[in-house]
Structures are given as C-alpha cells and as structure tokens.
Design a protein around this ligand. Sequence first.
Ligand code: NAP
Length: 300
Amino acid sequence: MTTASRVILTNDVDLSSVAYGMWRLGDDTDTSPSHIQAKIEACLALGITTMDQADIYGGYEAEELLGACFRQSPALRDRVEIVTKCGIVAPAGRYADARVKHYNTSKEHILQSVDTSLRLMNIDVIDLLLIHRPDPFMDHRNAAEGLEAVIASGKVKSVGVSNFKPHDWQLLESAMSSPLVTNQIEMSVMATEAFTNGDLSFLQQRDVPAMAWSPLGGGGLFTGTNAQLTATLKSVSERFDTDISNVALAWLMSHPSAIIPVLGTNKIERIGNVEAALSLRLDRETWFEIYTAAIGRDVP
Ligand code: NAP
C-alpha cells in the first residue's frame, strides 16, 4: 500500500502530504462520532494524518463534531495533526449578534478563538493555526502579538495564513518572530491562477509548502462545465489506469513546490480511492496537457 509522505513545517510540526478537510463535516447524513472516526480511520490507513478545520465551518459547529469524536475515542487525537483557522466573524452560531460579516485578526479575538477551538475540539493543543482570510483592517503588530502569544502559551504549535496575497504575508511576517509556515489557498485544475499570479512562486521561493483548498474544484470537476478539461482528464486517467479525481490531485502534487491538497469528500470510499494519487506523478508534458485544457488555450 502507498501512503502519504510527510511535509516538515517546523522542528515540531509536520503534516501529511495530503490533508483531510472538515468544512463539509456537518453536511454529511451521518455526523455521529463513530462515523467521523470511520472517516478519520480511512484517512489514517493512507497516512493522511492532517485534519483541516476552521472555527466557522458548519456555522461554527464542525469543530464541536470533531470534539465529540475525540471524546468518544481519545486515543485518536494523538494520531492526527489539527489545523484550524480563525478570523472570520459571520452572523451565525456564537456570533449570531454580529451586524455584518467581517474579519477580526486582533490579538483579543485570536486568543478567544483559540480557547474556544480547543474547548470545542476537546484538545490541549492546535498543531497549526491559520488566519483564515486577509483582513483589510488588520493591525499587523497586534495580530502578530496574538499569534506569538498563543504559541508562547503552548496552545498552538505553529501558525500560518490562508488566502493571503504575498503583500498580506509580508505585512504580517514583518511583525512576527515565529515563522508563518503555510498559506492555504485555492488551487486545482479548476482554479489555476495561483500558478501564474505570483501566489505560489512567492511560497516556493521561501520553501513554504502551500495547502490547496477545493482541490477538486469543490466538486465542480464532476459537473463537466469545462468539457475540454473533462475530456483531457479522462484521457490521462485512462493512460494511468485511474480516475479523473486522482489525476486532478496528482496534477497538484506533481508540482515542484510542495502542494498539500486538502480533500473535501464525506464519502469513506472516496477517501480510500485517493491511494492511487499518492504514487501518481505526472511528467511535465502531461502536466501541461491538463493545464492547457484547464485554461482553454495553448500557452503562448
Ligand atoms: P473538494 O475535494 O474540491 O470538493 C469536495 C466536494 O466534491 C464534495 O462535495 C464531494 O462530495 C465532491 N466530490 C468528491 N469526489 C467526487 C466524485 N468522484 N464525484 C462527485 N463528487 C465528488 O474540496 P472542498 O470540500 O471544496 O474543500 C476541501 C477542504 O478545503 C475543506 O474541507 C476545507 O477544509 C478546505 N477549505 C478551505 C478554504 C479556505 O478558505 N481556507 C475554503 C474552502 C475549503 P462527496 O462528499 O459526496 O464525495
């Protein structure tokens, strides 16, 4: 059996080369602790140990679903790394009183959010905390103080960001003494902008692994909206005796920068199916064959 490799972020934290995302956890027909455990076990069987959460997932309820699973099976916690995020305040759940959806990257909010995430997930430490979205009202020194404080308190092992542009990263980094260890951004055959707009090259230059959210276009890959792309993925998948989802994942993982796709399926059999992607590496010409179909034209 092929298993996921490891991606080292710090002396203390490494992730699996594929992560499992829990955004859709609450959309599953079965949200029981046992079923969530079964999904995690399916991941672990493939060496997928990194679980991606956010305070806001499921209307601020997904972390609690995972917490119920850890309460039922405490030994599971030490077999996984927990990534979670903070900074989005939407009028739902614990923020039902918010007048408008907004971002909060203040020290006070970061400290409160970490405490709530730890409590809801029934854990003592978050392996990786991400600021979920760039905040146009960010006081970078205050945000950095918050991130340094949660590391210093031992509640968080490492910190990073999500959806940041290079200038957002540089602003926050300028006030930090701890490193930012990843940027979780949208990347897939359905969303290729990061490969050419500087977002990925910025990380690659710094040897910072990127995490790719919605690596199958949030399911859009299967609706056939881009017929040329679907046909190309099908033809490549036949050559490699696999399916289009594994080719789409391999397309990300074959890139010379370290890209960690964050899976989003709720189906246990679809988690198991990812095994084929773990050993599939696309050569340059095949990568471009798919890229060309994705952007709808030959490269100049
Ligand atoms: P995705 O893997 O691109 O999409 C998952 C969706 O595709 C699910 O609805 C799944 O349905 C469907 N799907 C998968 N395989 C399929 C197949 N063979 N045929 C038909 N449908 C299929 O990922 P995502 O869920 O959009 O995002 C993954 C993770 O990224 C999230 O859980 C979250 O952790 C993270 N994320 C982060 C951000 C951010 O701002 N940082 C934003 C979005 C997401 P089934 O469940 O039925 O398989």
